[in-house]
Write a protein that binds this ligand. Sequence first.
Ligand SMILES: [Fe+2]
Length: 143
Amino acid sequence: MFAGAGCSGTTPRAQGRNAHFFAENPDRRDERFQTPLGVYEQGCGLDQVHLSWGHDEYIYQIAKPCLPTEALYLLRYHSCYPWLREGQYDYLCNDEDRAMLKWVLDFNRYDLYTKSHERPDAARLRPFYEELAAEFFPAKLHW
Ligand SMILES: [Fe+2]
């Protein structure tokens, strides 16, 4: 689930099983937020939109000083299904957002519903991921 605060945001189809959360949001009773643009300007860029907080934004904030733009986009927006699957929020996107969308879509293939039913061998995998993390991240991160 992903929602932009300050605009009418997602369609009921994109809200899916979370529709009741949207319905209970007090912003639904504020007329300023009931248009697609709401408090935003057309093409303002997704980084100007207040999106719901989740693990996406959390890891984005941690990785921001370390990773290239493409990687930051897929971290920050990989759960933004209204944008990825429904094409919503396009009117809020800028040119960079649209250019980065292909990276987010590529990554999305490896996200939900792609996990194995077999438990990964953490001891065997750890060296690979430690080496990969060391390539991009400093020894200490600011959490
Ligand atoms: Fe995720």
